[in-house]
Design a protein around this ligand. Structure first.
Ligand code: PLP
Ligand code: MN
Length: 388
């Protein structure tokens, strides 16, 4: 376990009942639940014969990345160079940067990082011939070629080459460039991850698998090396791992889950295969209003892009949260209930919430408070918080 981050809650580590004495708001990890999620996804990937390179955009933590690698992950995916720098510094192997490095300063940082890591331990995606040429020029400073994957704009077209022809053109350019080493293809379809209707998500993912298989077959006919075919998030991990379309999964959110993903992965009366392991603990700081109590977690504590936090502990689970400014939330009794005084959370009591969307919520906090039952067992930094 890494050394505890010196924090106001540090003296509570190991104290019986420490979870209920925390200074709030506090980001919590339920360690046994997170450990089960890590093991479950690793076992799933093994059962499908597919590699796992979990995305650290979710947790930004070297300690959690180490646990994922210890459970069988071949490396990690990062979206920012800052995340990749933190992971390499933390000794994490197999770092794939899933967004292009384009500006001169980013390319310079990428090259420094690739030089610092073992050959093959830093890979980056590319979606543009000019960027490919810029990377090749910068890579001449390296003592080994720079590993690149061609990004295909599956789904959103947020990044990635738009067509098979453009993918193959880029792959051929990379293969012909001695300062680059073509490793494979990325096809991440962010637009499919949160489709709630299982059949709709499944049909869309089948279409993507077919497209990806077509691109890979065409590349192989041209002798291009697409040994790695990477993609998939938590929402499509079980779909993208079918028919050998992908060689690896980049799922990230499964480690924590959130309100949105729990809705997506629940399948009829089958609950999600992953458990919520991330919570935010708040305290009730005012009880003077008749129709609500006020908790000390607002828009600086929870991301606001995916609905509202859900009560996990400390109040009726059907209570409704509403954002109440930067630092506060309004917690109202369930609709239809008379809000009996007996059920009202008391002043100073703790209310824990499931986050609406895990990744952007984590990035609002400095540290994880790692709990097992009522005990605070560790405090881990959110190492790559805010790292661009
Ligand atoms: N890969 C890429 C490129 C992503 O952008 C993301 C998330 O946005 C993921 C993987 C992880 O997806 P999820 O958090 O849905 O598991
Ligand atoms: Mn997300």
């Amino acid at each position: 376990m890494p050394q505890a981050l010196q924090q106001v809650n540090t003296p509570l580590i190991g104290v019986p009942g420490g979870r209920h004495l925390l200074d709030t708001p506090a980001l919590l990890i339920d360690l046994p639940a997170m450990t089960r999620n890590i093991e479950r996804m690793a076992a799933f990937a093994r059962s499908r014969g597919v590699n796992l390179r979990p995305h650290v955009k979710t947790h930004k933590s070297v300690e959690i990345a180490r646990r994922q690698v210890a459970a069988g992950a071949i490396g990690v995916s990062c979206v920012t160079l800052g995340e990749a720098e933190v992971m390499v510094q933390g000794g994490i192997p197999g770092v794939l940067i899933t967004s292009p490095a384009v500006t001169p300063s980013k390319i310079a940082r990428l090259i420094r990082l690739a030089q610092q890591a073992r050959p093959g331990d830093v890979m980056v995606v590319v979606d543009n011939p000019q960027n490919l040429a810029d990377l090749a020029r910068a890579a001449s400073e390296l003592t080994h070629p720079l590993d690149v994957l061609v990004d295909y704009g599956a789904g959103y077209n947020r990044t990635g080459a738009a067509t098979q022809a453009k993918v193959l053109e880029l792959a051929a350019l990379a293969a012909a460039e001695p300062r680059l080493r073509l490793r494979g293809l990325q096809a991440y379809a962010g637009n499919l991850q949160h489709i709630v209707a299982r059949e709709e998500r499944s049909a869309a993912a089948a279409g993507l698998r077919e497209t990806v298989a077509g691109i890979v077959a065409a590349a192989r006919r041209q002798g291009l090396n697409f040994d790695i075919v990477t993609g998939a998030g938590t929402g499509t991990h079980d779909l993208d791992s079918q028919e050998n379309a992908f060689t690896e999964l980049q799922a990230g959110s499964y480690v924590f889950m959130d309100a949105e993903y729990s809705r997506v992965l629940a399948d009829g009366d089958q609950p999600s295969p992953f458990e919520t392991s991330l919570f935010v603990q708040t305290a009730v700081v005012s009880t003077n209003a008749a129709d609500w109590v006020t908790v000390d977690g607002g828009t600086k504590c929870f991301s606001t892009d995916s609905g509202v936090p859900l009560v996990a502990k400390g109040a009726d689970a059907a209570s409704r949260y509403a954002f109440f400014g930067d630092e506060h939330g309004k917690l109202m009794p369930p609709t239809g209930s008379q809000g009996s005084q007996a059920q009202r959370p008391a002043l100073g009591s703790r209310v824990e919430f499931v986050t609406p969307h895990c990744d952007p919520t984590v990035n609002l906090h400095d540290a994880y408070h790692v709990v097992e039952g009522g005990t605070l067992v560790a405090i881990w930094p959110v190492d790559a918080r805010g790292r661009r």
